[in-house]
Write a protein that binds this ligand. Structure first.
Ligand SMILES: [Zn+2]
Length: 204
């Protein structure tokens, strides 16, 4: 793995471990049956802490990916551009449940409604931000797809058919590996380039 990808990878591992441990703790019978507040058990609290940690780690991961992804004017640039609004939106949508769960015992019904409205407005703004960035960087995504299609067609072109036996061969081969027939177009290429190579070798 390239060195710069190590940190994002570490974050992903940490997210998975936090998720697994949180759920493991919540499964423990003694934790599940020990009430902390009237609505919250120790198991709920473990899950809650795990979720908060995961949300924080997600934010860290988004920042790390932004430094690692190259600005190539293609798909990677597009991903870079939409990463922050996308991560913020995910955190807002999942974090909303966490916050409401924590404040559930302290908030009145109208207080809860106001909080949900605030989250809704923030999510709406964030969606607008995401759409705007996607719009601005859309050409990069298109360029990425074109480059991908180009690479795919190049791999297809690299395969040619033997005129003698019809076997599929690599473009670079001079003779068919199945029947031994010379592949004329490749041999022409070799003849055209070889003298130049020999000349440059013999010159002092
Ligand atoms: Zn052949």
């Amino acid at each position: 793995m390239p060195v710069q990808w190590q940190k994002p990878f570490q974050s992903i591992v940490a997210i998975l471990i936090t998720w697994a441990v949180g759920h493991l703790l919540a499964l423990t019978d003694t934790f599940a049956s020990t009430p902390l507040l009237d609505t919250l058990s120790l198991a709920d609290l473990a899950l809650l802490f795990a979720r908060i940690a995961i949300l924080a780690l997600l934010l860290v991961l988004a920042r790390q990916l932004q430094t690692v992804l190259p600005k190539n004017g293609k798909g990677s640039s597009f991903l870079r551009a939409v990463l922050t609004p996308l991560a913020t939106l995910i955190i807002l949508l999942t974090g909303q449940n966490v916050v409401l769960e924590v404040l559930d015992s302290f908030l009145s019904h109208s207080g809860e409604q106001i909080l949900i409205l605030c989250f809704w407005l923030a999510a709406l703004g964030c969606t607008g931000w995401l759409i705007w960035r996607s719009y601005l960087h859309g050409p990069e995504l298109v360029a990425g797809f074109i480059a991908l299609g180009h690479r795919f067609s190049q791999t297809r072109e690299a395969l040619k058919t033997c005129p003698q036996c019809g076997a599929h061969l690599k473009e670079v081969a001079n003779y068919c590996g199945y029947c031994g027939a010379p592949l004329t177009s490749n041999l022409d290429g070799v003849e055209a380039t070889e003298p130049e190579g020999l000349q440059s070798d013999t010159q002092p």
